[in-house]
Design a protein around this ligand. Structure first.
Ligand SMILES: Nc1ncnc2c1ncn2[C@@H]1O[C@H](COP(=O)(O)OP(=O)(O)O)[C@@H](O)[C@H]1O
Ligand SMILES: [Mg+2]
Length: 545
C-alpha cells in the first residue's frame, strides 16, 4: 500500500481537530468594521444612527409623532456616555432581550416594508460595541404605556448570541417609550460634517415631522423642531415586482409558498401579475403552470424569468413607498439652507434587482447657505439619504455619488461643479435598499438605481439652467441699460443746446425709450426659450449604460 502522507506533512484528521463553529455575534465582535464601528468619530455616529433610526421606525409604524432626545456626555478621554429617549410604542417585556441581545432578530427584515432598519442587527451591534469597549452592560428602560415600566441591564452572551439579563426591575409609572443608556470607549465627538450633530441635523431635514433635542458634550442644547405636524402613514408591505426578479429569489419564494399551482403562486406573490400576464408566461415556457410550485426546478425557474423579461408589466404600485414629498422637502430646504434657488422632484416608482420597488427624490439648492462652507469658500455638497436616514460615510462607493458625478453639470450652466455654492439632496426609498455593507452607509451601484438618480438630477439641473439663464439675461440687460443711460445723459445735454430745449425733459424721454426697447427684448427672449425636458442625447447616453 502506498502511504499518501510524507513524513513532514500533517494529516487532515489532525488539522480538523481544530474545526469549530462560531456565532454571528462572535463574528461581528471580531469584525466590527462591518457594522460601521471603525474610526473614533464614525463609531460614535453609528451608535446614534442605529438608535435614532429604530426610534423613527417604531414611531412611524405606531403612528406616533416622534420626539427624540439625545445626550452625549464626556466621561474621560475618548470615553462617552450616551442617553437616547424616544416617545415610541415601547418594547414588550418578552422581546426586550432579543432586541438588544440577539443579532439578526427584529420585526422588519421579513416584511418587505419601507423602513430604515432592515437586517435586525443594528441595536444588538450597539450593545456589543458598548460591552467590548467598556466591559459594562447597557441600560434599557421601556414601557408600552400600560402603567408598567421595565428597567434592565443587559449584555450579550457572545458564544450563544443571546442576552444576559443582569438586572430587571419593574415599577409602576405612566410613561411610554424607550430609553437607552450606554457607555463607549475609543470614540470621539466632534462637530465635523460626519459627526452626530450633522447626522441629527440631516435627519431633521429629511424628516420634517420629527422633533429632536440634542445636548452635546459641552452641554450645548440644540432643538431641531418639526416643520410638519402630520403623523406619517405607517408603511405597508409591498409584493415584489416580476421585473428584476432573479432565479434564486424565485425558487426560494416558490418553495416557501403554500399555493397548489405555480400559476396561483405567481398571482399571489407578485404585484402586477394578472391572469393575462400568467397566460403570456405559459405561452413562453415548456411546462404546465398547473404544477406544484414547490417542485419547480432551477431550469424551469430560469424559463419563467426569461419569459418575464419578454413581457410588459405595469410599473410597480407606489402605495408601499413613502416619499418625503416635494412640498416637505422644499420647506425643509428653504428652512435650513435658505437658497436663492431651489427645485425638488419625486420620480415615479421603478424596480431594482430582485423586483424590489424604489423611488428617487431629489432637490437642488443654489446660493444662500447652500453648499459646504470650508472657511475660505464654499464647496459643492451632496446630501445622501436612504429611506430618510442620512448617509455620512463611504461616499466614494455609493450609487448616489456616482450618479451625481456622472451628470454633465456644465450643460446646465454650472461650470465649476466642485466649487459651486450648491447642495444636492438625494433620497432613495425602497422596501429593500441594496447597501454595500451591514454598516448601511453607502448604496451599491445597481444599474437601475444609477439611471434613476441620474435622470432625477438631470431634471432638476434643467430647472436650474432655466433659472440661471434668466438671471444672467436679466443681469446683461441691466448692464446694457446702465450704459445707454450714461450715453443718453451726454446726448441730452448736446441736444438741449442745439435745439434750445430743456435738457432734463429730453433725458427723461430718452430713458423712456431705453426702458421700452429693453423690455421688448425681454418678451422676445422669453418666447423663444425652449423648455424641453432632458436633452435627447443625454437620455440615449443613460439608456445605453
Ligand atoms: N426604540 C425602539 N422602539 C420600539 N422597538 C424597537 C426600538 N428599537 C428597536 N426595536 C425593535 O427591535 C428590532 C431590532 O432592531 P435592530 O437590531 O436595530 O434591527 P432593525 O432595525 O434592522 O430591525 C426592531 O426590528 C424593532 O422591532
Ligand atoms: Mg435598526
Amino acid at each position: 500500500m502506498i502511504n499518501m502522507v510524507a513524513v513532514n506533512e500533517i494529516h487532515a484528521d489532525d488539522l480538523f481537530k481544530e474545526f469549530k463553529e462560531s456565532s454571528i455575534t462572535e463574528f461581528f465582535r471580531k469584525n466590527r468594521a462591518h457594522l460601521g464601528y471603525s474610526g473614533k468619530l464614525r463609531s460614535l455616529t453609528t451608535v446614534i444612527h442605529e438608535i435614532v433610526t429604530n426610534s423613527l421606525d417604531a414611531c412611524e409604524e405606531a403612528g406616533i409623532l416622534p420626539e427624540i432626545y439625545v445626550r452625549i456626555e464626556a466621561l474621560g478621554k475618548e470615553h462617552y456616555k450616551i442617553k437616547c429617549v424616544d416617545n415610541g410604542p415601547g418594547i414588550p417585556l418578552k422581546h426586550i432581550s432579543s432586541v438588544f441581545g440577539k443579532m439578526l432578530a427584529g420585526t422588519k427584515f421579513h416584511r418587505n416594508v419601507q423602513l430604515r432598519g432592515q437586517q435586525g442587527i443594528g441595536v444588538a451591534g450597539v450593545t456589543l460595541f458598548s460591552q467590548t469597549t467598556t466591559g459594562k452592560p447597557i441600560t434599557v428602560k421601556t414601557s408600552t404605556g400600560k402603567g408598567k415600566v421595565n428597567e434592565l441591564d443587559l449584555m450579550i452572551d457572545i458564544t450563544k448570541n443571546t442576552a444576559d439579563i443582569l438586572r430587571n426591575e419593574e415599577y409602576s409609572e405612566y410613561w411610554r417609550g424607550t430609553e437607552i443608556d450606554a457607555e463607549f470607549k475609543g470614540v470621539r465627538f466632534t462637530l465635523s460634517e460626519r459627526g452626530p450633530f450633522e447626522y441629527l441635523r440631516r435627519t431633521a431635514i429629511a424628516n420634517p415631522h420629527v422633533k429632536i433635542t440634542f445636548i452635546d458634550p459641552e452641554g450645548r442644547k440644540t432643538v431641531f423642531d418639526r416643520s410638519n405636524q402630520k403623523v406619517p402613514t405607517p408603511p405597508i408591505p409591498v409584493k415584489a415586482h416580476p421585473k428584476g426578479l432573479e432565479v434564486d429569489e424565485l425558487i426560494n419564494m416558490a418553495k416557501a409558498n403554500k399555493a397548489r399551482k405555480v400559476s396561483s403562486f405567481l398571482g399571489v406573490a407578485f404585484s402586477r401579475m394578472s391572469n393575462a400576464r400568467i397566460k403570456e408566461i405559459q405561452e413562453h415556457v415548456s411546462f404546465d403552470l398547473n404544477k406544484n410550485p414547490r417542485k419547480l426546478t432551477w431550469a424551469e425557474c430560469e424559463e419563467i424569468i426569461n419569459a418575464i423579461d419578454k413581457i410588459k408589466f405595469l410599473a410597480p404600485p407606489s402605495e408601499g413607498l413613502m416619499p418625503i414629498g416635494e412640498k416637505q422637502i422644499r420647506e425643509a430646504v428653504l428652512n435650513i439652507v435658505d437658497p436663492e434657488f431651489e427645485a425638488t422632484l419625486t420620480r415615479p416608482t421603478k424596480v431594482h434587482s430582485g423586483g424590489v420597488p424604489f423611488q428617487i427624490e431629489v432637490a437642488i439648492a443654489f446660493g444662500g447657505n447652500a453648499g459646504r462652507n470650508i472657511g475660505e469658500g464654499t464647496k459643492f455638497e451632496l446630501m445622501r439619504f436612504a429611506n430618510k436616514a442620512p448617509l455620512l460615510f463611504d461616499a466614494g462607493g455609493c450609487a448616489i455619488t456616482r450618479s451625481a458625478s456622472s451628470v454633465d453639470w456644465k450643460r446646465y450652466g454650472i461650470r465649476d461643479f466642485e466649487n459651486a455654492p450648491m447642495t444636492l439632496f438625494v433620497n432613495v426609498i425602497s422596501t429593500h435598499i441594496p447597501y454595500t455593507s451591514a454598516g448601511k452607509q453607502s448604496i451599491s451601484e445597481d444599474q437601475n438605481l444609477l439611471k434613476e438618480i441620474r435622470f432625477a438630477l438631470m431634471e432638476v439641473g434643467r430647472k436650474f439652467q432655466i433659472y440661471y439663464s434668466r438671471l444672467r439675461k436679466a443681469e446683461e440687460r441691466e448692464l446694457k441699460k446702465q450704459i445707454l443711460r450714461k450715453y443718453s445723459a451726454a446726448f441730452a445735454a448736446a441736444l438741449a443746446e442745439l435745439a434750445n430745449r430743456d435738457e432734463e425733459k429730453i433725458k427723461k424721454e430718452l430713458y423712456v425709450i431705453i426702458e421700452e426697447k429693453i423690455s421688448g427684448m425681454d418678451a422676445e427672449e422669453e418666447n423663444g426659450e425652449e423648455l424641453d425636458a432632458i436633452p435627447q442625447e443625454e437620455i440615449m447616453k443613460t439608456e445605453s449604460e
